[in-house]
Design a protein around this ligand. Sequence first.
Ligand code: FRU
Length: 512
Amino acid sequence: VRTRSFVLLAATLAWPAACAPADLPPPELPVSARPEPQRPQFHFTPATGWMNDPNGLVWSRGEWHLFFQHNPYAPFWADIHWGHAVGTDLVHWTELPPALAPDPVLGMPFSGSAIVATGAAAASCGPLEPGADCLAALFTSHGGADASEKQSLATSADRGRTWTPYPGNPVMPSTGLANWRDPKVLRHGGRWVMALAAGPAIEFHASDDLVAWTKTGEFAPPEASAKTVWECPDLFPLAVAGGGPERLVLVASGGDTLPGTGVRYWTGGSDGSGFVPDGPARPVDGGEDFYAAQTWSDAPDGRRVLIAWMDAWRYAMASPEGEWRGAMTFPRELGLRDDGNGPRLVQAPVAAIEDLRAGPVARWQDRVVEPGTPLAAGSGRTMDARLVIEAGTWSRAGVSVRVGGGEETAIGFDAVTGTVFVDRSRSGDASFDGGFARRHDAPCAPAGHAWDLRVLVDHSSIEAFACGGAAVVTSRAYPDPSSEGVFVWAEGAPARVLSLEIDALATAWPVD
Ligand code: FRU
């Protein structure tokens, strides 16, 4: 790495950006109404205050609702509310006033889910505003008078703008379990089914009206130890590309109580009361900044779209952001693919990213990169880069972004370990956490003779999608704003880049 960075620096000096062979004229980007240097421009962040988990993701009548764990008063975790944003395309969001606030008796509204309530479950909404569905949220009430975790219901008859707590809350009183939280509700088998984290297990409950709940079963993942505390489970059906029986996908976050990064998934089936996995747990994302992932309920056209908190508890309250802290990942379209080893989750940025394209930064066909001689491929801080690299005898090959002044964030393939990685060991400010400056990997097998990579870069975030979306690595990074270079490199032997397309992306914030 040290050799390469020396060469990168030399290359930067030798090829001023305007003369670099692969550079196109830099696209003019509109100036964001939120220009703070570390604030992501096309990922959701709250205008001010703290944000952690996505909550209550639901689509209704053309609107995507994004609720989130939010402290509206300060950029650290405290006074938890449900923040709220809405949008019609999963990219441009309008933040609305918080939807749920702490309750003096029940406690703070912790994570949970929302659905379009129908049938008996819609009764608690009362009369609906014209053009509105009955939206119902199930969430954990944490703390309060009895310092416990219990589950509550709130409903909205006005497109999620105001919420009424169910007068009989909690609908699921405390059982005495200290960690019993984050209900995710789906319609399955003609009833409402809830996945609920219960320490080292995931419980399942069922209801007809969202008020009376009966426990039907539980799944105790063999990967968990007695110390594991699962959080934020999600459960949803998903079709396998090319046919085969639909599978249930169970996702849960296990934080620091699991080795590596903490969000896992299982595919499986239902035995009518619980969940029977097809095989072992697998990571959803190899990066460290990926937690509390949740999918949208009631999304149109059978879509399954996931978003996650793009931070890590270990350092989230110390990271160098601003009057706000916390970002969401870019929304991801989910699918299942079976290459002969059982169904695997595949992820891709939602297609609405196309609306942000602001002009080409680099376009290559068939170019060979020699070890020790990285090739410049434009510059920028918000971009969508797609590369296909031919399999060969190189040991590592990829692209470095945010290069400048001794900083670089390298994203690439390691043919020796069979992984795609994001290496933020020299990406910029890492002073706030002793374990931040390192590399994160996800297992990745090239399709045929080529490795495919797509990297979304957005000020302080990097998301790498590789191997047909079967491998994803999400990392925050805090480079100096002036570090904007992009270089393609190889180690061990020359690498042939079959194609490279880099586009600048425009801000999703209003423009000044
Ligand atoms: C996950 C989590 C949830 C909890 C919420 C509190 O990040 O710990 O289990 O509901 O955050 O903000």
